[in-house]
Unconditional design. Structure first.
Length: 202
């Protein structure tokens, strides 16, 4: 076998090896550093029972059946939170993808004073179709691991954490990640993954 032919064989193999190694590293980091928890089926949002800014009771069941974009924001940086929610919500209404948006107000607790709650309500009033959840003690495990706000993360129709969180006001990155995740969840993409699994992992 000539050196040229050997290179033609080795380069694709080495490229595939590097890609698989990178994927394995990313998956391992998500498993160990995730701000959510793992059970026998995957990474999930922790169980919670809280109220939104309108006084409605909300649990983790809000995620079931809908692909969800979760935006954690704080009132002390109201301009950034408002801008991010506005850009995501505007994009959501301009696409045909069935997407749900939920806000979590990270610095408003159940015992917050009327002024703080009024501030949060005034910020989110322009997004009447975006529930804004109050971060009670059920969110402690999540909030203590998120070091920046706003932070956006994604939850699939089964309540599983998917994709990579996006930190900061980065609407373009958020849109790209949403489209990538929606494509990964499509029937065609699932079939493609199944075929790849059968081919490479007999």
């Amino acid at each position: 076998m000539t050196g040229l032919n050997l290179r033609k064989i080795l380069i694709p193999i080495l490229t595939l090896f590097l890609l698989l190694s990178t994927d394995a590293f990313i998956i391992s980091r998500m498993a160990t550093d995730s701000f959510l928890y793992r059970d026998s089926t995957g990474l999930h949002v922790p169980p919670f029972r809280t109220k939104d800014l309108r006084g409605n009771t909300v649990t983790q069941d809000i995620f079931l059946g809908k692909f969800t974009v979760v935006c954690l924001w704080v009132t002390r940086d109201m301009d950034t939170g408002r801008e991010l929610l506005a850009s995501i919500n505007h994009w959501r209404h301009s696409t045909r993808e069935p997407i749900q948006i939920i806000g979590i107000v990270g610095d408003v607790k159940e015992d917050a004073d009327d002024t703080q709650i009024a501030t949060a309500r005034s910020i989110s009033a322009v997004f009447p179709d975006v529930p804004q959840l109050i971060a009670n003690d059920d969110f402690t495990a999540l909030l203590t691991r998120i070091r920046n706000s706003p932070t956006v993360f994604f939850v699939d129709t089964q309540g599983n954490l998917v994709g990579q969180p996006v930190i900061g006001n980065e609407p373009v990155l958020i849109q790209k990640e949403i489209l990538r995740l929606m494509e990964d969840g499509s029937n065609d993409r699932k079939l493609q993954k199944k075929i790849q699994t059968l081919l490479f992992h007999p």
